[in-house]
Write a protein that binds this ligand. Structure first.
Ligand code: GTP
Ligand code: MG
Length: 377
């Protein structure tokens, strides 16, 4: 039995595209007075600089819809909350209409899943009219139950943000969470810079609020919470392993190690989609080649097995020359973990796409894979 690396890479790409096509659309309303930092927040949290480069289209007088091709996300940006009571009332009913309209179509892809209301921490106050507005909105939203999150924008000072949060907490507004965020680094003079933060917390809370079917979308579209991506991807690995190689797994002969491939292809595809990076066949090919330690286009199942067992002393002397469920699980976990590390490094800019074929990157992937094999065995 021979494995064709190019072939497997193609399978991965197909599976990735299929999964991307099947992602549900996530729909979020972002509200708040002008200048509080809504657009900056959107660009910080989501990939593709949505607020700058997305296509904005007015849907009602005060609501603009932002979308971008190949991003399964729709943002409704509200305009005019600072223009006084009458406009605020109009915006509230436009929001409620939107929520209800989407509910009635019963189209999951159109439902409003969450509202972010933005308040500027730097201004140090939430105004009376905003408090009223949030109370009224949550009252009208009592049956529709769209979760409302208060985002404290421009939280340059963490301690000030904490105080502000405590104060808003004490108002007992009917909201799911209050999250301080700094969406853009803040420079104090030339010598002190506060880095953006709050994305991890906001995405973690979103993950708790959204239904399971929207989590892959959330991970795909967000770029501000790498830890959350890693956590989710580890979950994918764990689920794959338990679902495929738990008890009852019929041992696979060494030479047929390729039988594990479809499961592993699906796992790699899910992880890729969660990271939302542009991954092409070249990247996958390099990854597989480095893991298998081969520069050739094909590799025999037996060669892989013996190579692996060299890396796994003790497990190599296997029952009847076959790979057991336990070994399949160890190998698949190590594969998943190594791929997650690769994705993470690409997200953090530690490995650039064009460098992936470099000896350095390849040997690093191999090193991670080996270490994971040892760790999981
Ligand atoms: N340093 C820093 N500046 C911010 C942050 N958030 C917003 N700003 C700045 O505040 C100004 C207003 O931000 P926007 O994101 O345009 O505010 P907005 O709510 O979209 O405003 P409208 O579209 O007019 O309603 C811009 O100059 C931003 O650069 C932040 O987290 N850090
Ligand atoms: Mg804006």
């Amino acid at each position: 039995m021979e494995l064709n690396i190019s072939d497997i890479a193609s399978q991965c790409i197909n599976e990735i595209n299929k999964k991307i096509k099947n992602l549900k659309n996530l729909n979020i309303i972002v509200a708040g007075k002008t200048g509080v930092g809504k657009s900056t927040l959107i660009n910080y949290i989501f990939r593709e600089q949505l607020a700058e480069t997305g296509i904005g289209k007015p849907v009602t007088q005060h609501i603009q819809m932002i979308t971008k091709k190949d991003v399964p996300l729709t943002i409704y940006d509200t305009k005019g909350l600072e223009l006084g009571r009458d406009t605020q009332k109009e915006i509230k009913s436009e929001i409620m209409d939107k929520i209800k309209e989407c509910l009635y179509t019963k189209d999951e892809n159109k439902c409003i899943h969450c509202i972010w209301y933005c308040v500027n921490t730097a201004s140090d106050r939430i105004e009376e009219d905003e408090i009223e507005w949030i109370r009224e909105l949550s009252e009208e939203n009592r049956e529709t139950q769209v979760p409302i999150i208060l985002v404290l924008t421009k939280s340059f000072s963490r301690s000030k943000a904490r105080e502000f949060k405590d104060y808003i907490d004490s108002l007992n507004l009917n909201v799911c969470a209050i999250v301080p965020v700094l969406a853009l680094e803040y420079k104090i003079d030339d010598d002190y810079v506060i880095k953006p933060y709050g994305g991890e917390e906001l995405i973690e809370i979103m993950g708790e609020l959204l239904g399971d079917e929207l989590i892959p979308t959330l991970q795909n579209v967000q770029k501000a919470a790498i830890k959350q991506k890693v956590k989710y991807a580890r979950g994918v690995v764990a689920t794959t392993v338990t679902a495929s190689f738990a008890e009852g797994f019929a041992p696979v002969p060494f030479a047929d190690a390729a039988l594990l491939v479809p499961t592993q292809v699906a796992m790699i595809a899910s992880i890729t989609v969660a990271f939302g990076l542009k991954v092409d066949k070249g990247i996958i090919t390099s990854f597989i080649s480095s893991i298998l330690g081969t520069a050739g286009a094909t590799i025999a199942g037996r060669t892989i097995a013996s190579g692996l067992f060299k890396l796994l002393p003790g497990v190599g002397t296997l029952v009847g020359g076959a790979i057991s469920g336990g070994t399949a699980a160890v190998i698949t976990t190590a594969l998943g973990e190594a791929y997650i590390r690769l994705m993470e490094k690409m997200c953090l800019g530690e490995i650039r796409t064009q460098d992936i074929k470099s000896d350095e990157a390849m040997s690093e992937m191999k090193k991670i894979f080996k270490a994971e094999l040892k760790r999981n065995k």
